[in-house]
Design a protein around this ligand. Structure first.
Ligand SMILES: C[S@@+](CC[C@H](N)C(=O)[O-])C[C@H]1O[C@@H](n2cnc3c(N)ncnc32)[C@H](O)[C@@H]1O
Ligand code: SF4
Length: 369
């Protein structure tokens, strides 16, 4: 299992909550993609078997489709791309066109992820999204009409002035669209963003957010969207490889500004400044801002973190086989968590009790401290 992540740091407009690496100056798109392609060629390795390619952003759909197509071609020439590779492109509703989607499809793209966020237009305005809900529905229809059936929509939970009922209406409405996958992300309000600095909005408290999340999980279950990871829900057979790989030990190249990768024992992150990234690649210098060689301790820590994020949990005997140590030897606190029922064990797998999954991050922090 290995994959390639390509970061596309361009957007037509910045959303008020966003802290991701992206800019609205699209003039550099051509130079950026030449750098991307040079970067891929510089790490070419035909023994690297690619099962998943993910164009994330920023907004990959905002750039000329030929850049996406040429980048896929470069990946195919540089690695061994398996025949049933999953190729995802993240799109914003306003930049989805039939021409673009057909060009993606022609080059092998078989999964489209659309940032819909909420069905409420007044909320979309408050968070400075560029599109309306009607435009998001239209984007889903275009993608579906072009014959790409594996569609995800992203929803945000805990938006400004959003009530539980409003969120629930969004979940219900999108579950009726012709899609196969839903991602629900709890909004993080970063202090350095316009939303972080804005005053006067009312937010649900933590308990209300958790309550809304669990109700959404139940609703999606009745509609056959199964949760396979804390934020991700899919119809049978449509779990996203890119997401599931993130929670399994695997190697991936991170290409582009701010992208992270893990190859060999090295985890690295590229320069998150677009100019710095382009200049480094153009001049043949390293594009890496930080890198760490993972120790066996780091890998055990990660195996527990990632394993417990998954609905299926962590395979106890695989952990022992991989590290020559039982999970209980590595983390004796697990006994306490099993005794209180927060962790459970079934069929050789250790998992967080489903109704506690939403507070997983704090459980993991305490467990591994
Ligand atoms: C980084 S965006 C890239 C895709 C596309 N530009 C978009 O906005 O839909 C991917 C997803 O991250 C989520 N996201 C972005 N900022 C977030 C934040 N502050 N808190 C939680 N989720 C966030 C949104 O749901 C978004 O759809
Ligand atoms: S469109 Fe997506 S990546 Fe761009 S600013 Fe908005 S949330 Fe961030």
């Amino acid at each position: 299992m290995s994959s390639v992540y390509i970061h596309v740091p361009f957007c037509k407009q910045r959303c008020a909550y966003c802290d991701f690496c992206s800019q609205t100056d699209l003039k550099k798109e051509k130079r950026y993609f030449l750098a991307i392609q040079k970067h891929i060629k510089s790490v070419a390795d035909e023994t690297f078997r690619v099962d998943s390619i993910f164009f994330g952003g920023g907004t990959p759909s905002v750039v000329d489709a030929k850049h996406i197509v040429e980048t896929i071609e470069t990946i195919r020439q540089s690695f061994t791309v398996v025949p049933d590779v999953e190729i995802t492109v993240e799109c914003n509703p306003e930049s989805v066109t039939k021409e673009k989607i057909l060009a993606y499809k022609e080059s092998g793209v078989n999964r489209i992820s659309i940032g819909l966020q909420t069905i409420h237009d007044e909320t979309l305005k408050k968070i400075n999204r560029i599109h309306t809900y009607a435009e998001a529905i239209e984007a889903v229809k275009i993608v579906n009409g072009c014959g790409i059936e594996n569609i995800n929509v992203d929803l945000l939970l805990g938006l400004p002035d959003e009530t539980e009922d409003m969120f629930f209406k969004s979940v219900f409405a999108v579950s009726n669209l012709p899609i196969k996958h839903v991602s629900i992300y709890a909004l993080e309000v970063y202090p350095n963003t316009p939303l972080g600095k804005a005053k006067g909005f009312k937010y649900m408290n933590e308990d209300e957010v958790a309550d809304a999340y669990y109700k959404a999980v139940e609703l999606l279950k009745t509609l056959n969207f199964q949760r396979y990871e804390v934020s991700n829900f899919a119809l049978d057979g449509y779990d996203c490889k890119h997401n599931t790989y993130y929670w399994k030990p695997h190697h991936y190249y991170g290409i582009g500004a701010g992208a992270s990768g893990f190859v060999g024992d090295v985890r690295y992150t590229n320069f998150d400044n677009v100019d710095q990234y382009i200049q480094a690649i153009e001049s043949g210098a390293s594009s890496i801002l930080t890198s760490d060689v993972l120790t066996i301790e780091d890998k055990m820590y990660e195996a527990v973190m990632l394993g417990l994020r998954r609905e299926k949990g962590l395979n106890v005997s695989k952990f022992e086989k991989r590290f020559g140590k039982t999970i209980y030897e590595y983390c004796p606190k697990i006994h306490e968590y099993l005794a209180t029922g927060v962790l459970q064990k079934q069929n050789g797998r250790l998992f967080v009790r489903p109704d506690k999954i939403y507070v997983l991050n704090s459980i993991l922090t305490e467990l591994l401290s």
